[in-house]
Ligand binder design. Structure first.
Ligand SMILES: Cc1ncc(COP(=O)(O)O)c(C=O)c1O
Length: 471
């Protein structure tokens, strides 16, 4: 046991640190001693399987030896140099993405930044500068970041940097000038509970176009095509926990090209192998105009993100001087970690591993779906899965009726997440429970089938409890 006084640590944390997702009364400090692979060790010595992969972001696992070695070596050479200077690490990172991961087939340049929000923010900024247009269309249930300018792009109301009161059903306080009137929300491709009342695949018209794609085009036409810079989406909704039907992105890409607006592809969560391809767009055999990346870019070992520009967009910016800079963009330690992370992914044949483990996880989850009345749907791909919890499997009635329109405090008012989350945790498994009726499951790519089976057994126990609350 370490000599750290954890009671003191907890006290300072609860007293001085600003916390998210909980009021002061709801917050309970959860001191963590260390993390390794796909496990975290709590201060009380308990070892927890990280079945949420933190924020779906530690792709190669905690403390991957190659990433650690690269950071140590970079530390011996650098304190810091700014993004106006070239390091070996940054050039190698760019080459690995463009040449070895195939992004150079459509993209011209990558700019490195520090966080996912910054990358999406830059993507939106560049889309507006490139097109000279002010409007951005995004979707219900999307999540793109948390800053004042960007949070308007979030399609879950509580994620728009709002304040939610504690207790059961929260009241929401919006930021006074948000969301920006330049964000517009198209319907999410949520076939399980279609937000515009259709049933997949009967929602297709004679030409095969999905109703949600038609509604998106309608929205763009109403706003005025010539005012829309781009359509901003995630390949799979990470916070919203929705995977689209296979026709969705090919049709979206055809539509955005036909209308002459940019497709802004936020791959902060899906990039670098999460869905069993290097990038989510590959799943649907389409390519974007601009793409944001973070999380998996560096397996979250240190802060690093990037915005990738198509050849056409990159060529436009080649003729301009981009007149601001980021102190922490391209930090040498981060660039060393990025290059080592990507090299490890390529050399460890990680895509094949994600596909194999993902198939195993999918099969085990489908078994849970068949067995438990409280599981309405499991959906996912690769190592990014969602479990939809229902009070009534036949009617698909959720436990918390407001579902994805808001966020809920982590109290007993959220029976679904709480019951499964608590029980799984008692069994030594941490699952992701951000929306009231959904559980997010993801693992590091270096997990084993035995790790996944351990996590599934804990979920099984939690769901058995929850089944008792079903109608
Ligand atoms: C799709 C997507 N975009 C943007 C972000 C914001 O990234 P960050 O938390 O690094 O600012 C996230 C974070 O979860 C995300 O999932």
């Amino acid at each position: 046991m370490s000599a750290v006084n954890w009671d003191q640590i907890r006290e300072w944390d609860e007293k001085y640190v600003f916390h998210v997702l909980a009021t002061k009364d709801e917050y309970h400090s959860l001191p963590v001693e260390s993390a390794e692979g796909c496990y975290v060790t709590l201060a009380d010595g308990r070892r927890i399987f990280d079945f949420a992969n933190q924020l779906v972001c530690v792709n190669m696992g905690h403390r991957h030896p190659r990433i650690q070695k690269a950071i140590r070596e970079a530390l011996d050479k650098f304190g810091y140099v700014w993004e106006g200077m070239t390091t070996e690490y940054r050039s190698r990172a760019a080459k690995l993405i463009m040449e070895d991961m195939g992004v150079g087939s459509w993209a011209g340049r990558i700019r490195f930044l520090a966080t996912g929000t910054e990358a999406v923010e830059t993507m939106v900024l560049m889309a507006k500068l490139f097109t000279g247009r002010r409007n951005i269309v995004t979707r219900s249930y999307d999540y793109h970041g948390w800053t004042n300018a960007l949070s308007g792009a979030n399609g879950v109301r509580g994620y728009r940097s709002s304040l939610a009161s504690g207790g059961g059903r929260p009241s929401i306080r919006d930021v006074p000038d948000a969301p920006s009137p330049n964000y517009h929300y198209a319907p999410a491709p949520q076939c399980y509970r279609c937000p515009i009342g259709h049933t997949y695949p009967n929602c297709k018209d004679k030409s095969g176009t999905l109703a949600c794609v038609k509604a998106t085009e309608h929205l763009i036409q109403v706003i005025g095509i010539e005012t829309v810079a781009g359509f901003l989406t995630e390949p799979a909704q990470g916070a919203g926990m929705i995977h689209p039907p296979k026709e969705y992105f090919p049709q979206i890409r055809e539509m955005t090209r036909r209308l002459g607006i940019l497709w802004l592809d936020d791959e902060v969560m899906t990039g670098f192998g999460r869905l069993g391809e290097w990038f989510g767009y590959e799943v649907y055999d389409v390519t974007p105009d601009i793409m944001s990346v973070a999380k998996g870019l560096v397996s979250s070992a240190v802060p690093a993100s990037g915005v990738v520009l198509s050849k056409e967009v990159a060529a436009f910016f080649d003729h301009w001087r981009f007149s601001t800079m980021s102190t922490f963009g391209s930090h040498p330690l981060a660039m060393a970690a990025v290059a080592a992370n990507l090299q490890a992914m390529l050399e460890e044949n990680i895509l094949e591993r994600v596909r194999k483990l993902g198939a195993h996880l999918g099969t085990r989850l489908q078994e849970l779906e068949a067995r438990h009345p409280s599981v309405g749907l499991v959906s996912g791909r690769g190592l990014m899965w969602a479990v939809e919890l229902v009070k009534n499997k036949q009617t698909r009635e959720p436990f918390v009726t407001v579902d994805r329109y808001s966020i809920y405090a982590k109290t007993e008012a959220v029976p679904a997440s709480q019951v499964v989350g608590r029980i799984a945790f008692e069994e030594g498994v941490a699952v992701g429970a951000f929306l009231p009726n959904s559980i997010r499951l993801a693992t590091a790519f270096i997990a084993t089938e035995a790790d996944i089976d351990f996590g599934i057994r804990a979920m099984d126990k939690g769901l058995t409890e929850l089944d008792k609350q079903c109608e």
